[in-house]
Design a protein. Sequence first.
Length: 78
Amino acid sequence: MTRKKKTRSLADKVTIRTGRRKDYKQWRHENPDEVTSSRRYTEKKRQQRKLQAERKQARQEAGQPIAIHPDKPEHKDD
C-alpha cells in the first residue's frame, strides 16, 4: 500500500470539481474573498518583518549621521 506524501500545499487538500490543481487555481482566482493565507504563514511573515525592521533600525543607529541640508550660506541675486 502506498502512502500519501505529506504536503502543506492547499491545492492538494481541496477537492473542487475534479480535484485537480488547475481547477483549484481557477476557483481561487474566481473567489479571492474565500481564500486566506494560513495562520502559520502570516505569523512567519509578521516575524520576518519585525526582524527586518529591527535590523534596519540597528543599521540606522550604527551609521554616521550626515547633514543632508547643511546650513546654506545665503547667495545674492546679481
